[in-house]
Write a new protein. Structure first.
Length: 385
């Protein structure tokens, strides 16, 4: 089928499910620690363990990027769960596409830095699907710089069927490229370690576009986007110019550090799943009258217990990261009975799916998937304007 996806809830026909093959470690350097700064707490990492990027020649004795290994049993269980997600979607008559797998010890190198490559697991992040257009977004983590390359066979097939295919400008991603102000001032994620001073590079150009598709809420003709840094703002400037006349872009500011799909998701027209009622205060006026579903707080029993050296990357709200297969059907983590009961009480059919280690790998069902075909003939106007 041709690429066609304008919202988060229309009946799902085709989807890309990420891959966790050869996921062995987290690449610890500035861009990684900056991205996850709200959840890498003092319980995770001591002050001396913050790392700096490999940018140009390093002075003698300067700290360098390091890899934080992940226990093999977690990786094996993650792979089992990802395959289970794909099987459940296929059982619901959804066509599932998969990315290419990362080969062992793959590395990305640019003139400014190098980083180990992680698998294309959270495929929602670096791509934005708007109707019949694929937009590859400028990455925020160095180790994911060429992640969309692993989706090339899928994207190329949609392009042959008539899809538009756009790549936003790629950042140089030196230390100076990052706006550190949010990480240095925000406290929403609890106690955090300080971000170190940027290291100079001959390739410094100042702040650059960096932005993920998971910062967007797609609502037909309207795109709600979260902005927390100058990097995000530059990217949204680009999006507004690129989409002018086709979509309306609505900016919300500091709803979260970056992604919003564990803060708010549209389950169907008129209904939002939100972390708290206060989320509505950040949203555009037309959405404030929508029905809000606020699930009970997750309990510690919902999550596996980890050891001190296991790096926690997400908050306890990660399971709000559900995937709608249709306006009345939602994939939910089977470890979340409170959320399942809440959705069922509001008339949704809940499909329980296993996903054990979402806090170690930074994503839920919405993150692990990229919907490419949903039913619908074009963008609807849910804002009435």
């Amino acid at each position: 089928m041709s690429l066609n996806s304008y919202d988060e809830w229309s009946p799902l026909k085709e989807v890309i499910v990420g891959s966790a093959q050869n996921y062995t470690s987290h690449e610890r350097e500035l861009s990684f620690d900056l991205f996850f700064h709200e959840n890498i707490t003092q319980d995770n990492v001591s002050r001396s363990e913050w790392y700096y990027p490999r940018v140009g020649p390093s002075p003698e004795g300067a700290p360098r990027a390091a890899r934080s290994p992940i226990k093999q049993r977690y990786v094996e269980e993650l792979n089992e769960d990802v395959e289970g997600i794909a099987e459940v979607l296929e059982s619901l008559s959804v066509k599932v596409h998969r990315p290419m797998s990362v080969q062992d010890a793959a590395e990305v190198r640019t003139p400014a830095w190098s980083a180990g490559v992680v698998p294309p697991l959270n495929v929602r992040d670096n791509t934005l699907i708007l109707g019949d257009e694929i937009i590859e977004t400028p990455p925020m983590i160095r180790s994911r710089y060429f992640e969309t390359q692993f989706l090339t066979p899928v994207f190329a097939d949609y392009f042959r069927r008539g899809a538009r295919w756009t790549v936003m400008p790629r950042p140089l991603m030196t230390d100076a490229s990052f706006d550190l102000s949010y990480a240095r001032t925000a406290t929403a994620g609890g106690p955090v370690e300080p971000i170190g001073e940027p290291q100079p590079s001959p390739y410094d150009v100042g702040h650059e576009m960096m932005f993920d598709g998971a910062q967007c809420l797609r609502l037909g003709k309207d795109l709600v986007v979260n902005i927390s840094t100058a990097n995000h703002a530059l990217a949204v400037d680009w999006l507004e110019r690129h989409l002018e006349g086709r979509f309306r872009v609505h900016r919300v500011h500091r709803l979260s550090d970056s992604h919003i799909d564990s803060m708010v998701l549209a389950l169907r027209p008129g209904t939002l799943l939100v972390r708290s009622k206060e989320v509505a205060e950040y949203l555009p006026e037309p959405l404030r009258s929508w029905d809000l579903i606020v699930p009970p707080e997750a309990t510690s029993n919902n999550f596996p217990r980890y050891e001190d050296d296991d790096l926690i990357l997400t908050s306890r709200y990660i399971d709000l990261n559900v995937l709608s297969v249709g306006p009345d059907t939602v994939l939910v983590n089977e470890a979340c009975p409170e959320l399942m009961r809440t959705l069922e009480s509001r008339g949704f059919t809940v499909v329980p799916v296993r996903h054990r280690h979402r806090r170690l790998f930074g994503g839920g069902f919405h993150c692990f998937t990229l919907d490419t075909v949903r039913e619908g003939s074009g963008p609807e106007d849910y804002f009435g304007g």
